[in-house]
Design a protein around this ligand. Structure first.
Ligand code: PEP
Ligand code: MG
Length: 574
């Protein structure tokens, strides 16, 4: 068979060259066995053991990913763990084993099918069903001997109908280089995990068309969304070159801050979004220009306890010293809404769990101003750390200028107090403001007047602008691209900041989506902050673009008002 190409949709970027490996995980026949009266208790305890082993698997995985600082996977696994502690499941299976007198695999399948039927008419539940399925497969793996993904593979490209998040979470990167599936979406947990682990993943590929016997080498081009089967020598050479260019430098050399320019020599900055000190190592390897967003609230994730001033100071100081003179932008705690782990810290914060609409409730700056004890402790730790590097601060989720000014005022006051106590702080406070609420975007000129820089959080801005919850599968189509309204708002913010000669950084997920880099550049974004592993890819794209061409492109695109038309136009061009 000569070289052949199939198109797909990229769910996780990257290039992989390896051997085709089919993974048949869809149809599984679990044997049904009738139980004698005296086998029932044993069967229930066999099922309980499988659930306990599944919990242990997840806890082990969480430990590993926490160590690596990949917190998005820890969160996804948390939801799986919660299901495994759900008494409903245990109760259903136990009751049915007793009533039907059949083995747990068969009972478990019936319970699942009932749940599936309930979900089939509801897209929110059908998304949740994928996680239920994932947990079930984990339990069934312990009850039976399900095909294991990593077994005896080297340099494998997995081709399958659909892949569950756990299989990607557990995939050994030495054995499995990429995933190609028939089904899957960019916002699925499988895709999020693949991106977090930096494993290329392409979906929407008609797997049934492929003849396994004729496949040898496969190239997964997760930059352009295509799979190349049995590539020619020259194609392999071309992709090996591209792979090298995109490869993370693992030499460990600290060569942060290599200049980045477009083809027409416009300087661009690319920073990293981090959630822990471990992430900084990857930044060094990837030529970042510093930290554009440290989500300090992630310090709580593992501990679920308020860290003291001293604990915080130690972390911020270590970060500042590691970054040397390169900018370290620390965002003040952004609690509330989906970042709700503060609830369990102390009773006085538990009122947040009663909010009927937490996304529109007491979050970000609103929460900080209500709880000055948290704000003051963090500001003291931050200002003390500022003496050890090039630390900037960022106020989250602001909807009114007065909120920003009150926090700024508090910083100035605490700075004076520290100086009076002869505690060292940096001479200048550099305080930026997140623009992630439509009211702040509309008032961007007023924020640019009082803040030292603006940082656009498109994740939140998009959901509030379009009135579409980013966790609601019914409206997920609003999160696959860059809506015309968001495009206009971004241009408006950039222009407002330019007028006041203030810097603008873009730190939402869209900054890491290479399909939109040209458009973002064209509307005037010159500073990007992305998850560290996307730095080589976005830098590669920027180096090959001309700023003038990008501006022309933006001028054309902004005339399009239909969302789908805009996405097609931009994606066909990329
Ligand atoms: C954003 O909203 O785009 C952002 C960067 O903040 P977070 O994702 O932490 O809410
Ligand atoms: Mg946000």
């Amino acid at each position: 068979m000569s070289e052949a190409i199939l198109k797909g949709i990229t769910l996780s970027e990257g290039i992989a060259i390896g051997k085709a490996m089919f993974f048949n995980d869809v149809e599984e026949n679990y044997p049904k066995r009738n139980l004698g009266k005296n086998e029932i208790e044993g069967e229930i305890s066999r099922f309980k053991k499988a659930v306990a082993s599944s919990r242990n698997d997840i806890k082990k995985l969480q430990k590993n990913f926490t160590k690596q600082g990949i917190l998005e996977i820890v969160e996804i696994l948390n939801s799986h763990l919660e299901m495994l502690y759900d008494p409903w499941l245990m109760q259903q299976v136990e009751e049915k084993i007793k009533k039907l007198k059949i083995n747990s695999e068969a009972v478990f399948k019936t319970v699942l099918e009932e749940f599936k039927k309930k979900c089939s008419d509801d897209s929110f539940f059908s998304e949740r069903y994928k996680d239920v399925l994932d947990v079930s497969k984990r339990i069934l793996k312990h009850l039976t001997s399900r095909q294991k993904l990593n077994a005896n593979i080297k340099n494998g490209i997995v081709l399958t109908h659909e892949i569950i998040p756990s299989d990607i979470a557990e995939a050994d990167e030495q054995s499995i280089l990429a995933f190609v599936t028939q089904k899957g979406g960019r916002s699925s947990h499988s895709a999020i995990i693949a991106r977090a682990k930096n494993i290329p993943f392409i979906a929407n590929v008609d797997i049934d068309k492929l003849d396994i016997a004729k496949l040898k080498k496969v190239i997964v081009d997760g930059i352009n969304g295509k799979i190349i089967f049995n590539p020619s020598k020259s194609t392999i050479k071309k992709y090996e070159q591209l792979k090298k260019e995109l490869k993370v430098d693992v030499s460990g050399n600290e060569k942060i801050n290599t200049a980045l320019q477009t083809q027409d020599k416009v300087n661009i900055k690319i920073y990293g979004n981090i959630g822990s000190i471990q992430d900084v190592k990857v930044l060094f390897k990837n030529n970042a220009h510093g930290v554009g967003l440290f989500r300090s609230e992630y310090l709580f994730l593992a501990k679920k306890k308020l860290p003291s001033e001293e604990e915080q100071f130690k972390i911020y100081k270590e970060l500042a010293q590691t970054l040397k003179n390169y900018p370290l932008i620390i965002r003040i705690f952004d609690f509330g809404a989906d970042k709700n782990y503060i609830f369990s810290c102390e009773d006085k914060y538990s009122y947040l769990s009663d909010e009927s609409n937490p996304a529109l409730g007491c979050r970000g700056a609103r929460f900080l101003l209500k709880h000055q004890e948290i704000l003051d402790t963090q500001i003291r730790a931050l200002l003390r750390a500022s003496a050890f590097g090039n630390v900037h601060f960022l106020v989250p989720f602001v909807s009114d200028v007065s909120e920003f000014l009150r926090i700024k005022q508090r910083m100035l006051q605490i700075k004076e107090d520290l100086i009076a106590q002869k505690i060292k702080v940096a001479p200048d406070i550099i305080l930026g403001c997140m623009i992630e609420v439509p009211s702040a975007a509309i008032m961007a000129d007023a924020f640019a007047e009082v803040a030292d820089f603006l940082s656009i959080g498109t994740n939140d801005l998009n959901q509030y602008l379009l009135a579409a919850d980013c966790a609601n599968a019914n409206v997920s189509h609003f999160f696959n691209g860059l809506h015309p309204s968001l495009l206009r708002v971004l241009e408006f913010i950039v222009k407002a900041a330019e007028k006041k000669q203030k810097r603008v950084i873009l730190c939402g997920e869209i900054a890491a989506d290479k399909r939109f880099t040209k458009l973002l550049l064209g509307l005037g974004i010159k500073e990007f902050s992305v998850t560290a592993r996307y730095i080589p890819l976005i830098s590669h794209v920027i180096k090959n673009l001309s700023f003038i061409d990008a501006m022309d492109f933006f001028t054309k695109v902004k005339k399009i008002s239909d969302n789908q038309q805009l996405q097609n136009y931009v994606i066909n061009d990329s």
